[in-house]
Design a protein around this ligand. Structure first.
Ligand SMILES: Cc1cc2nc3c(=O)[nH]c(=O)nc-3n(C[C@H](O)[C@H](O)[C@H](O)COP(=O)(O)OP(=O)(O)OC[C@H]3O[C@@H](n4cnc5c(N)ncnc54)[C@H](O)[C@@H]3O)c2cc1C
Length: 434
């Protein structure tokens, strides 16, 4: 790609911000002729921020400025609050909702994902525009501000629908602010994608210790809405909980509408090859909206790795994306010291990777200590790690993470128990999550 080429990125989230950091734009004062002319079209009105840390903002632990990502280089043209509405591949132009037409030589889709809205009675009340007042997804800084305002109402009761990573994080954050919270999880246990039943039991005990009422195996049937505002949530077993605030944390779906309308092949995400290229060689996709080798990651680590790799591809380096072996990390802090002699709950650390459940023939090494809320398990197939869960005590995470991420063979002579008993320094995580 020559320095005069125009690179346009649709989406101003984590992957876009990282790509903008890595690509050196032409006007950034380069002495070697500079890089491409870079334009980012982002519909959110804010400077780019670290989405992974939104729960910390909701908890009141961080001001929203703290989660800002490094500002883009001076030479980047960053169009905030502007939505791309159509890609015209024939004229190589992105059309925006403010009437602008932005021409490109290379286009990058980094549109992220949308929250899934569950099929609940009352979610779209007749005569009301959009979701009832008090009902919010948890995806953006604006969602966070709306949740923050709703949570500030004295005596408000919150119901979080969905007990995955997002729902658990939201419930913890609201409880940390002193809000009364019910967490409703349709599946059998919390964080089913990452944890097995044993680890989820410890997590549940911890979350309940923060004051959250947890219901598992429990489908939410509908919302009771009056005058456009949510008042209560009905569970399928007939239980009705008051609710002035409802958080929708039922998963996400890649945002693929623009790509599909432009005639690009889409499955769950926009299909890309090892150079993160769609079927149109001038258009790439990265982050939550992209599907590589059958996988849509929906995690920050892979989004950043893809952005790094694409920066190299756009700089005409030989680079191929081989997938990311992602590790999910979460720290569940609780409220600060309580009054009187009741101590503050100890934070619970969690790390998980790969599959939480073994296949027949796999070796499983497992240590658990319910008294100290510690749980360690790894699954080994042949000479490779295929999954692992560490809860409470992450002493072994450094070695395990390195072995998992590199897909290294395990040393043939070492007893497998050493995987769980070898203590290493825990690497700090720059993103506050996986
Ligand atoms: C509360 C929360 C907690 C999370 N915690 C973790 C965690 O602990 N670990 C982890 O690995 N991941 C976590 N994630 C997921 C992680 O944030 C995402 O994987 C990551 O943000 C993906 O980056 P992205 O750039 O692909 O998408 P996003 O960061 O979502 O950015 C996409 C951007 O594109 C914009 N956009 C979309 N369409 C258009 C358009 N047509 N025109 C203009 N702009 C558009 C969107 O508005 C958005 O700003 C969490 C997510 C949330 C919401």
């Amino acid at each position: 790609m020559t320095s005069q080429q125009r690179v346009v990125v649709i989406g101003g989230g984590m992957a876009a911000a990282r790509l903008a950091q890595r690509l050196r734009p032409a006007a950034a004062g380069d002495t070697d002729g500079g890089g491409p002319a870079l334009t980012v079209v982002g519909e959110e009105p804010h400077a780019p921020y670290n989405r992974v840390l939104l729960a910390e903002v909701l908890a009141g632990r961080y001001a929203h400025e703290v989660i800002a990502l490094p500002a883009p280089h001076d030479g980047v043209r960053w169009l905030s609050g502007v939505r791309a509405v159509r890609i015209d591949r024939a004229s190589r132009t992105v059309l925006c909702d403010d009437g602008q037409a932005v021409p490109y030589d290379r286009l990058v889709l980094a549109t992220g994902s949308n929250p899934v809205l569950p099929p609940l009675r009352g979610l779209f009340p007749p005569g009301h525009d959009g979701l009832p007042d008090g009902v919010h997804p948890f995806r953006t800084l604006d969602d966070c501000a709306a949740l923050d305002a709703a949570a500030a109402r004295p005596g408000v009761r919150a119901v979080v629908i969905g007990g995955g990573l997002l729902g658990v994080s939201a419930a913890r954050a609201l409880a940390e602010r002193g809000v009364s919270v019910l967490l409703a999880q349709q599946g059998e246990h919390l964080m089913e994608r990452q944890l097995d039943a044993g680890a989820a039991d410890l997590l549940r005990a911890h979350v309940e210790g923060l004051g959250v009422e947890v219901h598992t195996g429990c489908r939410v049937r509908g919302l009771r809405v009056e005058d456009g505002s949510v008042r209560a949530v009905e569970l399928a077993d007939g239980y009705v909980s008051d609710a002035g605030l409802v958080v929708l944390a039922c998963g996400v779906r890649p945002r693929v509408g623009l790509a599909r309308a432009a005639g690009l092949p889409v499955d769950r995400g926009v299909l890309v090859d090892d150079q993160l290229r769609t079927a149109d060689p001038r258009i790439h996709a990265i982050g939550d909206c992209a599907q590589h080798d059958g996988v849509v990651y929906g995690l920050a680590g892979p989004a950043l790795e893809q952005a790094d790799l694409l920066a190299r591809v756009l700089s005409e380096e030989a680079a191929r994306y081989r997938g990311t072996r992602a590790l999910t990390r979460l720290t569940l802090t609780g409220p600060g010291p309580r009054s009187g002699s009741v101590p503050a709950p100890v934070p619970l650390d969690l790390a998980a990777f790969g599959s939480p459940s073994p296949r027949p023939g796999d070796d499983v090494i497992h240590l658990s200590d319910a008294t100290r809320s510690a749980y360690r398990k790894v699954i080994v197939r042949g000479d490779r790690l295929v999954g692992g869960i560490l809860l409470g005590d992450l002493g072994a995470v450094g070695t395990l993470a390195r072995t998992w991420e590199a897909d290294d063979p395990l040393p043939p002579a070492a007893p497998l128990l050493h995987l769980l008993t070898t203590e290493t320094a825990t690497p700090s995580h720059p993103d506050g999550g996986s």
